[in-house]
Ligand binder design. Structure first.
Ligand SMILES: [Zn+2]
Length: 114
């Protein structure tokens, strides 16, 4: 069968993902898959889910955690901005609770005095 340059579609990606995860996809097909993933966030998401499931299963089978840990660290690094934003929100929430506490104490003192 003659191989020629072609593009794969979303419905074809399904057939590529598992071989890719198992390192069984040949160079040509890997290139096609990567090219599609660069332009298709939906399929990239699908790969991420498959990757985590696949690595998770390997983790259960082997009892080792190096791949998943590295993946997790990479993901955490990538969402750093997100986390920083959440931290700022948490700080605001703490300040709000402290402020309400002071407000409540002041009201209580005023009630006792009045
Ligand atoms: Zn796609």
């Amino acid at each position: 069968m003659k191989k020629e340059k072609k593009e794969i579609r979303c419905k074809d990606v399904e057939d590529f993902l598992q071989p890719y995860l198992e390192d069984k996809l040949d160079k040509n097909d890997t290139k096609l898959l990567i090219e599609h993933l660069k332009d298709c966030p939906e399929c990239m998401d699908e790969l991420e889910i498959r990757y985590l499931l696949y690595e998770g299963l390997k983790l259960l089978e082997s009892g080792q955690d190096f791949n998943l840990k590295a993946e997790l660290e990479e993901r955490l690094y990538q969402s750093e901005q997100h986390v920083l934003m959440i931290d700022r929100l948490k700080t605001s929430a703490v300040l709000f609770v402290v402020a309400m506490g002071i407000f409540g104490t002041v009201q209580l003192v005023l009630m006792m005095v009045g």
